[in-house]
Design a protein around this ligand. Structure first.
Ligand code: LLP
Length: 421
């Protein structure tokens, strides 16, 4: 459930009319609901109640400072994957002991920053990384807490670009070699083993792949404990999917996911960490765009809108579906039209939907892309010199621009023309 609902035939974000925000801010823009963010975070927190746990928001899905600050106030930890994300999390007031650092290519500089600023744990993804982290910790005279990310070789049954837990993927160490790698980690005095980390992919719409992976983590915990390692934490990654197509998708709920964790791992006495991104942010955001033209092709109608692939790349990058709805609800009984919904960028790939049923629309009408709060703004670019679009946050009956639209001059000023030209 989210807080973007029709009232009297008009789309609202919580208690604010979407059209009112569009008037104030201009289109296109991202629009987030505070209540939905809070609600989704709490769903996970409640799902793990009864076990010692920390919900670390995967901030790669949405890293606006206002969103991070809101979630930090709810008690969220953060899952970061770069020095930039680490700096953002700290700037939002998240203490180091609530930040886990994931990613296959952490640099020495990133490690140093986190070791100095404070870190809950590094999720180490390879032996070479382990060696560099050990050196970094020894040089700073500190001990780096680690979990080692294992690749359990299970099929997450999701889009190939966002599956991470098969042996052919670049992530983690093969679970078959885990004992050897943990033994090596234990011999490095700059590291302290805290636990095991696993993440098998994103937008998972079934629990079964999680179950397979978590059972393997359970077995490994027992084996490593027999080998003499102290395993006190399990980081179970993120990946729980959301209903992008509301009419026919119903992925498992956080409550069911939490029950599975409790079932498979509950008796091990480990603290549980999870790293959900999409389920917290995805349906907490929409993208609002205006129709520029309705154009008749030979055999179809094109709805040309002012949002484009540079603003929301998921449809062109993954063939992803987003529900697109009119901001002014169609009158009952109005016959649907069929549109190819496209942006102004000069590529045929700048297509959001083909043959989509919508009420008839004309220039100036507003549409909203649902489920755009995750991997939307963070993946945007300024391709075609289209300025990054603003982000707006609603909370009850108030709203604020949480990232302003740059002017053309701002964009131009970011470049430097060398004096010899
Ligand atoms: N933890 C790790 C180590 C991850 O790599 C990811 C996502 C997450 C947690 C969060 O997964 P989530 O709960 O959001 O599914 N850009 C793609 C998604 C890429 C996901 C990358 N890793 C998309 O738009 O679908």
């Amino acid at each position: 459930m989210d807080h973007f609902l029709y009232r009297n035939g008009e789309l609202y974000a919580e208690d604010v009319r979407v059209s009112e925000i569009a008037k104030a801010v201009g289109t296109p823009f991202y629009l987030y609901s505070s209540a939905t963010f809070r609600r989704h975070f709490k769903l996970f927190d409640d799902a793990l109640a009864g076990m010692e746990h920390l919900v670390c928001f995967a901030m790669k899905s949405n890293s606006n400072q206002a969103i991070l600050t809101l979630l930090a106030k709810e008690g969220a930890g953060m899952d970061v994957v770069s020095g930039g994300e680490y700096a953002r999390a700290k700037a939002a007031g998240v203490p180091g002991n609530r930040i886990v650092f994931s990613g296959v290519g952490k640099t020495r500089e990133e490690m140093d920053a986190a070791l100095i600023g404070g870190i809950r744990q590094f999720n180490v993804e390879s032996e070479p990384e382990m060696i560099v982290l050990n050196e970094a910790a020894l040089a700073l005279n500190v001990v780096a807490p680690i979990a080692i990310r294992v690749n359990p070789d299970v099929d997450a049954k999701t889009h190939e670009k966002i599956a991470t837990g098969k042996s052919e993927n670049k992530f983690g160490i093969p679970i078959s070699r885990a004992r050897e790698v943990y033994a090596q980690a234990a011999s490095l005095t700059g590291l302290k083993i805290m636990g095991i980390d696993v993440h098998i992919g994103s937008q998972l719409v079934e629990l079964e792949p999680f179950e397979q992976a978590y059972k393997k983590v359970r077995e490994l915990t027992e084996v490593l404990r027999k080998d003499g390692h102290e395993i006190t934490r399990l980081d179970l990654g993120g990946g729980l999917g959301i209903p992008y197509e509301r009419s026919n998708e119903a992925p498992p709920l956080p409550k069911e996911y939490g029950a599975l964790i409790q079932d498979v791992l509950g008796d091990l006495g480990c603290e549980i960490e999870i790293e959900p991104g999409r389920l917290i942010s995805g349906n907490a955001g929409i993208l609002v765009s205006e129709v520029i033209y309705v154009k008749s092709g030979e055999d179809r109608e094109f709805l040309i809108i002012d949002g484009a692939m540079n603003d929301l790349v998921r449809p062109s990058m993954y063939g992803a579906h987003h529900d697109i709805i009119p901001v002014i609800e169609a009158a009952p009984g109005v016959e649907q039209a069929k549109y190819d919904i496209v942006g102004p960028v000069c590529e045929s790939g700048d297509t959001f939907a083909k043959g989509r049923n919508m009420p008839p629309l004309t220039a100036g009408d507003l549409v909203a892309f649902r489920s755009a709060g995750a991997y939307g703004a963070v993946m945007a670019s300024e391709y075609n010199s289209r300025p990054l679009i603003p982000e707006v946050l609603v909370d009850g009956d108030q709203f604020a621009v949480i990232r302003a639209r740059p002017t053309f001059q701002d964009m131009i000023d970011r470049d430097t023309v060398p004096s010899w030209l």
